[in-house]
Structures are given as structure tokens and as C-alpha cells.
Design a protein around this ligand. Structure first.
Ligand code: AGP
Length: 614
């Protein structure tokens, strides 16, 4: 999704802005641009496609300036063209914008009547013209911006500069993330701190409704659309630049697949002793857990699949009702908010627009009705909006996930969800001590089992060659491996562009079986569990119709290689944790198929890492 970088310094910041944009490339975008103020002129370059195109143009033009703004655009209003790329300029004002201005049509027609000529199809251009108009009646750039922000409806983050005010950089946050990077005698802004890590590890996180005025030496923040001065804390991060490098791997996705043992180890170590939960784990949430009768999970995409597995776990393991819903549906269907419920948002980024809106809506409705609910975020970004706005949080310690396809974020979410349920089960005395000890031991063992599973990479690569020419694919699983079938299908379609569907294997005969012929590869997730015999019957149904089976099975599942049945033996695992382990082969399969098909694995077409607009 769109990315913003901006800065004001004594030195030329052209390279810093470009490097920042490169570090945002993983988010997905289709054009890039930059504007610098030099000698009271705006110098702007924009290019369709990758940041490297912009970098070359900026070098050719010798772009130079100590204040500027830059942007990667993910098209929403208007095609990905140079004219639609940001920054947008009106007279001496240049603006970059993330998010959507919902009432831009109305503002545009007003501005056209005043004589402003629009050159792009974007919603963002209205902001530049509105500020240019406001500059006629306001003494400072800050005052002009402050006067127009209440006119804008929707979610947005803005970076603004003015040719006649080369000492002022203005930043606005309203529904789209924006962070200030604090340097020595210089300040920067970005929609993602990752962009600024090479230059600082000190950050100020703007809140909704904040307008910030940055100079080289000062930062002033005003809340409520700039009305009231507020001090926001400066936080120091220990994240290092090296986290965002591919190292020896060809793609971030592959690196992240291989990082899973360590990521899970880190995630569980914050919660577990040798054979039990640590006393201080989620200790702030104990009272909340005592006061709940059920859980409602809200999430999108891969995070939603993690939630689906947690539903099986919550009901089977600790006998606690658990609902899970896609955030984009939950937020708009006027759900009944139920007293004594724990609302859990699962999100890698903690900024996903639909999940955040569903959380806020739930909080508002509960408050209006005087209900006793608690909210919790399971999230990979400690500084994210979701973590800051929930009552409690449990961090997945996966480290930055750069590949658009979620891998280590997913398996650490599953680990975190299991830890959460163990804690709730313990607090509510719904979990036998022996079961707790057994699952804790299996969790500690999990990184080793993943390492063993990764040993099957070469085998999975060979199988992936059989998918390269395929148009369609089915993934089947039962129980907690049904969501893994959904996740496998999502992975395959998003990075290889092969049409894939995941089904609960029992649903096969209720429709999808009609699709099966000798061109259809069917991926089966077959751990040794109570559902295995039923799953084997489903496999027979596929084979009888000529389908080709690709089976990831427990070595004790008793499923052997034969004609049109390819079996990869996955290490034996405690059935409670099978979905974590069975995620690995479907990730590897999708990865290899995508590489063989020559797609852009880390930045698949049309997708963004963090979906901060609806
Ligand atoms: C999956 O590979 C995708 N990256 C996507 O489905 C993602 O899980 C979804 O957009 C939710 O993102 P979040 O976890 O950051 O909220």
C-alpha cells in the first residue's frame, strides 16, 4: 500500500528519501515520486514502476534539497500513471497522501469553481489545492493545513512542504499511520518506521487527529486536528537495519519461511518456563479473563485463518465458546456486541484498516451500551495502532515480515493463540495440569519439528514442478487443518497466480468434487489424528475421478506413494500443534511454484503488505 517518507535536515536528503522508499517497496506499489525544495523552487520527479526508475531520474536531474517528501503509490483512484503519482503540486505546495479522501468529488467541484485545474484522477490532488487556497488567508503553512484538515473525510496521512517555507515540514495523521523519526539536528516522517531505520532508532508515534510541525531542530504536535498542543513520547527501538535484508536468500519469503523456528522460539519464550506458563505472562489480563464467557476473534486474510484454528482450540481444549469473523464483514453488519466477551484482533501489521475499524466500532458500541468487554491484540508490531488501542496485547516476536505473503507471522500467531488459550484455561480452571504440561512440552519442541520439516524442501521443490502449468488447484484438510487448506490456497494464489481453493475435505462431495479431473492437483493435509480415516475416504473420492494427489502426511499415517499419489512424510507432531507444522509444506510449495512461474514472489501484483485502506 502507499508509503510516505519525508524529512528536513541540514544535509541533502534526496538519497535518504529514495532509500526510505526502497525500504517500503515490500508494501506493494505501482509508481513513486519525490519533491525537494531548493532555492524556493519545488523540484519534482515521478516515475511509474519501481523506485529504481525514480532513483535514476533523480540522479540524472541532480535533485538536491534539505527538505522534501516522497511517496510510493498503490493506485486506488486513477490508473498507475506518472500524472497520478505523488507528490501532487498546487502552486508552491507539494503534498503526499496515504489513504482515501472520501469527499474529494465535492471538494474538487468547489475548487474547480475557484479556478483550480486538476491534472490527475486522484482523490489526493484536492489536498494540494485546498492548502494552496488556504495559504491566501493564513499566515503560516501550519495554520493553512490546520484550517483544511476538518474538511477532509476518510482516512489519511499527509506530508506537506511549501516552496516559500523551506524550514517547515507538516505531517498529518487521521486514520493512516505516520511516525516521526528523530535525528540529531534533523527530523523525518514516514508511514512505517522501517523506512527510517538506517538514520534513526528514535521515533514519535502520531495519534489520530495529530498535526505535527517539524523543523530541523524542533517537533511540535497538536492534537484534535491541530487545536491543542500535546507532548508525545519519543521511543527508542532496538530493531536493526539488518532485519530488512534478504541475506543469503533469494527472496524475503524464503528467508522468512526459514526463520520460523527462531520466531516461534522467541514468541513462546516470553510466556513459558520449562514446563509451565510463566507467572508474569499476561498477568495484566487475568481479571479480564476471569470475567469473560466467550471469545470473538476479528481479523483479515492469513490472520483470519489463524483465528479459525484458535476457534477449534478454544472450544476443544478449554471449552470456551469462540467466534471468528472477517473484519470487513464484522465492521459493517452491525454485530451484537456481547457482554463478558474478549474481543481479539489478530494482525501482523496492527494497522489493517478493516480490523482496526472493527475494533474501534466494537469499543464504541460496548461503551455506549455500558457492556463489560475486554479487547486484545495479537500483533507483530509493538508500536502499532492495534497494540496501542487494545486493553491487552500479546506480541508475536517474528521480527519484520517483508514478503507480502505472510509466513512466520502466521505460525507465530498460532503459537501466540495457543499460549493465550492456555493462560485463559488456567485462569478459568478449564485445563487439566497434565494437558497444560503436554502442550507446553510440544510447544518447546515445535522449532525442532519445523527444522525437520524444512529438510523436505528439495522434495517439495520437485513436486512443485508438477504445478507450474496448472490453472487450478484444490487444498483439502479436516479439523484444524481445514484452515491450513484455506491458507495453502491463499498462499498459492497470491504469489503464483494459480487459481486455488481450500475446502474442508468433508465438503468435497457437496460441490467441488465436480471440478476434479485428471488436470486437477489436489493437496491433502493428513496428520495422524482422529479424522485421518475420514480424510482417506475423501482422497479415494478424488482418485476415483482422476485427480492427482499431493499429500503432506504424518510418517505414521499409512499413506504411501503410488501412481498419481505423491506423499511427503512430515515429522510426527502433537495433533494440537499440527496446523503450525503443516503450514510449512504449503508455504514451501507455493514459494517454489511461484519461483518456477517467474512471478514477483515478495511483491505479488496488485497486493500490498499492510492494507491500510478499505
Ligand atoms: C496473506 O499472505 C496476506 N499478507 C494477507 O492476507 C494478510 O494476512 C492480511 O492482509 C491481514 O494483514 P494483517 O495481519 O497485517 O492484519
Amino acid at each position: 500500500m502507499c508509503g510516505i517518507v519525508g524529512g528536513i535536515a541540514e544535509r541533502n536528503i534526496s538519497d535518504i528519501l529514495i532509500e526510505g522508499l526502497k525500504r517500503l517497496e515490500y508494501r506493494g506499489y505501482d509508481s513513486a515520486g519525490l519533491a525537494l525544495i531548493n532555492n524556493k523552487n519545488i523540484l519534482r520527479e515521478r516515475r511509474v514502476g519501481k523506485v529504481i526508475n525514480l532513483e535514476e531520474a533523480a540522479k540524472e536531474q541532480h535533485l538536491n534539497g534539505h527538505i522534501g517528501i516522497a511517496h510510493t503509490r498503490w493506485a486506488t483512484h486513477g490508473k498507475p500513471t506518472e500524472t497520478n503519482a505523488h507528490p501532487h503540486i498546487s502552486g508552491k505546495v507539494a503534498v503526499v497522501h496515504n489513504g482515501i479522501i472520501e469527499n474529494y468529488v465535492e471538494i474538487k467541484s468547489e475548487l474547480e469553481q475557484l479556478g483550480y485545474i486538476f491534472v490527475s484522477q486522484t482523490d489526493s490532488e484536492v489536498v494540494a489545492h485546498l492548502i494552496a487556497e488556504a495559504m491566501k488567508t493564513h499566515p503560516t503553512l501550519f495554520n493553512a493545513v490546520q484550517s483544511i484538515v476538518p474538511r477532509l473525510k476518510g482516512a489519511f496521512a499527509l506530508g506537506i512542504v511549501h516552496a516559500d517555507h523551506p524550514e517547515d515540514l507538516i505531517a498529518v495523521r487521521e486514520g493512516s499511520p505516520l511516525v516521526i523519526g528523530v535525528g540529531i539536528g534533523e527530523h523525518f516522517i514516514s508511514s512505517d518506521q522501517l523506512a527510517l531505520l538506517p538514520i534513526t532508532n528514535r521515533f514519535i508515534y502520531l495519534e489520530e487527529g495529530d498535526i505535527a510541525h517539524l523543523t530541523r531542530t524542533s517537533v511540535e504536535i497538536f492534537k484534535n486536528h491541530g487545536k491543542e498542543r500535546i507532548e508525545r513520547p519519543t521511543k527508542e527501538l532496538d530493531a536493526t537495519v539488518s532485519h530488512a535484508s534478504k541475506g543469503e536468500y533469494k527472496h524475503f519469503m524464503l528467508k522468512e519461511i526459514y526463520e520460523q523456528p527462531e520466531a516461534i522460539q522467541q514468541t513462546i519464550a516470553q510466556a513459558l518456563n520449562d514446563n509451565a506458563l510463566r507467572d508474569d505472562f499476561l498477568s495484566d489480563a487475568v481479571t479480564s479473563f476471569q470475567n469473560i464467557d466467550q471469545i470473538q476473534i476479528i481479523a483479515c486474510g492469513t490472520s483470519y485463518h489463524a483465528g479459525m484454528i484458535a476457534k477449534y482450540w478454544a472450544e476443544q481444549l478449554i471449552d470456551l465458546p469462540c467466534q471468528v469473523e472477517i473484519a470487513s464483514e464484522f465492521r459493517y453488519r452491525s454485530p451484537v456486541i456481547i457482554d463478558r466477551t474478549l474481543y481479539v484482533c489478530i494482525s501482523q501489521s496492527g494497522e489493517t484498516a478493516d480490523t482496526l475499524a472493527a475494533l474501534r466500532d466494537t469499543q464504541k458500541r460496548a461503551k455506549d451500551k455500558g457492556l463489560n468487554i475486554s479487547t486484545m491484540a495479537i500483533c507483530n508490531v509493538p508500536t502499532s495502532s492495534m497494540v496501542r488501542e487494545t486493553d491487552h496485547h500479546l506480541l508475536t516476536l517474528a521480527g519484520p515480515e517483508i514478503g507480502v505473503a505472510s509466513t512466520k507471522a502466521f505460525t507465530t500467531q498460532l503459537s501466540a493463540l495457543m499460549l493465550l488459550l492456555l493462560k485463559i484455561g488456567q485462569v478459568k480452571k478449564r485445563l487439566a495440569e497434565s494437558q497444560l504440561t503436554e502442550i507446553v512440552a510440544s510447544l518447546w519442541h515445535c522449532p525442532k519439528v519445523i527444522l525437520d520439516t524444512l529438510q523436505h524442501n528439495a522434495e517439495i521443490l520437485r513436486l512443485s514442478e508438477l504445478f507450474v502449468e496448472k490453472q487450478h488447484c484444490l487444498f483439502l484438510g479436516r479439523g484444524t487443518n481445514y484452515p491450513i487448506a484455506l491458507e495453502g490456497a491463499l498462499k498459492l494464489k497470491e504469489i503464483s497466480y494459480i487459481h486455488a481453493e481450500g475446502y474442508a475435505a468433508g465438503e468435497l462431495k457437496h460441490g467441488p468434487l465436480a471440478l476434479v479431473d485428471n488436470e486437477m492437483p489436489v493437496v491433502i493435509l493428513a496428520p495422524k489424528d482422529d479424522m485421518l480415516d475420514k480424510l482417506k475416504s475423501n482422497m479415494e473420492e478424488v482418485q476415483a475421478r482422476g485427480g492427482e494427489l499431493f499429500v503432506f502426511a504424518d510418517e505414521h499415517s499409512g499413506i504411501a506413494n503410488k501412481e498419481r499419489q505423491h506423499v511427503v512424510d512430515i515429522p510426527t507432531v502433537n495433533p494440537w500443534l499440527a496446523p503450525i507444522i503443516y503450514s510449512i509444506p504449503v508455504q514451501l510449495l507455493s514459494y517454489h511454484v511461484a519461483v518456477l512461474r517467474g512471478t514477483d514472489v515478495d511483491q505479488p501484483r496488485n497486493l500490498a503488505k499492510s492494507v491500510t485502506v478499505e
